[in-house]
Write a protein that binds this ligand. Structure first.
Ligand code: NAD
Ligand code: UDX
Length: 456
């Protein structure tokens, strides 16, 4: 039986390995982590992450061919294939701080593999890493190899949170990069054989190591760039009376452009886009390509602009101050169907409003960590959050927000009652009929907002 071990039981390691175990009953999969609470949660009924469909997949194979453990060394020692799916956040200090990827966790995982291994291993980069990381990892492993052969593969993960199981069951592609040597090809084939259990042959792409590593950064940069492009258009729409949904539809029906990822929003969030673009910018700078670095940096600048534009719009609409006014925040996660709040645009919007001394009442359908901030209350109900509020800000596109009883909300709010829809999920015209003053991203402004000075 082939044995797989995955180091890192997070948003990627957990779901990805659960799906491999589910689809490959002949493979034994161990997911290991240094975090005891995380592993305990994976072994309990309350999984550490919320992801539609994940519970069923985990329950189906846990303790059969899927194991979660903190005994990292034992499982690495036993494995034929070791995936490394540890976090690779942006460096916060030292060389490249604020841009470069922090590979501390990666390096310590690699050193541990070198320490405990007694047999040949295929080591798979699952984490998103800077291009050429495989070379560094190879050096660490081979300099400590004790005669063991290692093959490093790059197999970046393309799942999106909220649809992880669906993405893993039916991926657009699986990408495997390896060395172009007989041993490299053999390792690529071994990993290909795992995915071939359920992924059609023509969707498994094989490339050299550097192309695979760079393709992941490139894919995220392209996706984020689409959002920044449509968000930049949204500002122009508001200034001209065009409607960004109509523009996005008209643009997206061009088959060369395509309709996906053109939803204007308060800004993109999540643990990947910003981090990976910053990483790309840093790599460009290090390779003497300042123009290319500047080009990609602009994607982040527009995202920051979109978030601050949203806050400015709220404050200027509400008589230029939100001091001591209750503002209801509906949705805190960075997108629907996840409990993940890493880099969520809601953090920047809330900080902006708190900077203007607003009182925030936050509701998200997923449980949130408690806060000690004086002017912030987290509540368990959208009606509770909006009661006596001056304004409602929708920051995540949860489906349940579309079904709220807005007449009831309006009746219990201070007047004039404002709705700032950062995700364009509610029917603005219906809300206007009720009596709300509504701001939607990139839509023609209603009379109230039009009369105000322009917001930048
Ligand atoms: P995460 O923080 O949820 O999980 C990483 C886990 O690794 C943590 O539980 C941590 O305790 C563990 N870990 C760190 N060092 C370890 C070590 N030495 N030994 C054992 N365990 C260790 O991160 P994530 O969101 O799963 O992301 C992992 C990687 O995948 C990142 O590089 C990320 O960029 C990439 N990625 C993430 C997504 C996503 O949607 N979250 C999608 C594609 C790729
Ligand atoms: C992203 C990539 O999509 C995925 O392939 C990669 O593996 C990890 O990073 P994720 O961050 O989980 O996935 O979610 P995604 O669906 O890409 O959304 C990212 C952010 O962009 C969210 O805040 C979302 O609300 C926002 N978004 C997305 C928009 O504002 N408009 C859109 O049209 C699409």
């Amino acid at each position: 039986m082939v044995k797989i071990c995955c180091i890192g039981a997070g948003y990627v390691g957990g779901p990805t390995m659960a799906v491999i175990a589910y689809k490959c009953p002949d493979i034994e999969v161990a997911v290991v982590d240094i975090s005891v609470p995380r592993i305990s949660a994976w072994n309990s009924d309350q999984l550490p992450i919320y992801e539609p469909g994940l519970d069923d997949v985990v329950k189906h194979c846990r303790c059969k061919n899927l194991f979660f453990s903190t005994d990292v060394e034992k499982h690495v020692f036993e494995a034929d294939i070791v995936f490394v799916s540890v976090n690779t956040p942006t460096k916060t200090r030292g060389l490249g701080a604020g841009k470069a990827a922090d590979l501390t966790y990666w390096e310590s995982a690699a050193r541990m593999i070198a320490d405990v291994s007694k047999s040949d291993k295929i080591v798979v980069e699952k984490s998103t890493v800077p291009v050429k990381t495989a070379e560094a990892i190879e050096k660490i492993l081979t300099h400590n190899s004790k005669g063991i052969n290692y093959q490093i593969l790059s197999n970046p993960e393309f799942l999106a949170e909220g649809t992880a199981i669906q993405d893993l069951f039916n991926p657009d592609r699986v990408l495997i990069g390896g060395r172009e040597t007989p041993e490299g090809y053999k390792a690529v084939k071994a990993l290909k054989d795992v995915y071939s259990h359920w992924v059609p042959e023509d969707r498994i792409l094989t490339t050299n190591l550097w192309s695979a590593e760079l393709s992941k950064l490139a894919a995220n940069a392209f996706l984020a760039q689409r959002i920044s492009s449509v968000n930049a258009m949204s500002a122009l729409c508001e200034a001209t009376g065009a409607d960004v949904s109509q523009v996005a539809y008209a643009v997206g029906t061009d088959s060369r452009i395509g309709p996906k990822f053109l939803n204007a929003s308060v800004g993109f969030g999540g643990s990947c886009f910003q981090k990976d673009i910053l990483n790309l910018v840093y790599i460009c700078e290090c390779n003497g390509l300042p123009e290319v670095a500047e080009y990609w940096k602009q994607v982040i600048k527009i995202n920051d602009y979109q978030k601050s534009r949203f806050v400015n719009r709220i404050v200027s609409s509400m008589f230029n101050t939100v001091a001591n006014k209750k503002v209801a925040i509906l949705g805190f996660a960075f997108k629907k169907d996840t409990g993940d709040t890493r880099e969520t645009p809601a953090i920047d919007v809330c900080q902006g409003l708190l900077g203007d001394k607003a009182q925030l009442s936050i509701y998200d359908p997923q449980p949130m960590s408690p806060t000690t901030k004086k002017k912030v209350h987290c509540v368990w109900d959208a009606y509770e959050a909006t009661k006596d509020a001056h304004a409602v800000c929708i920051l995540t596109e949860w489906d349940e927000f579309k079904k709220l009883d807005f007449q009831r909300i309006y009746d219990n709010m201070q007047k004039p009652a404002f709705v700032f829809d950062g995700r364009n999920v509610v029917d603005a015209n219906k809300l206007r009929e009720i009596g709300f003053i509504v701001y939607s991203i990139g839509k023609p402004l209603d009379a109230w907002l039009k009369d105000l000075p322009a917001v930048a």
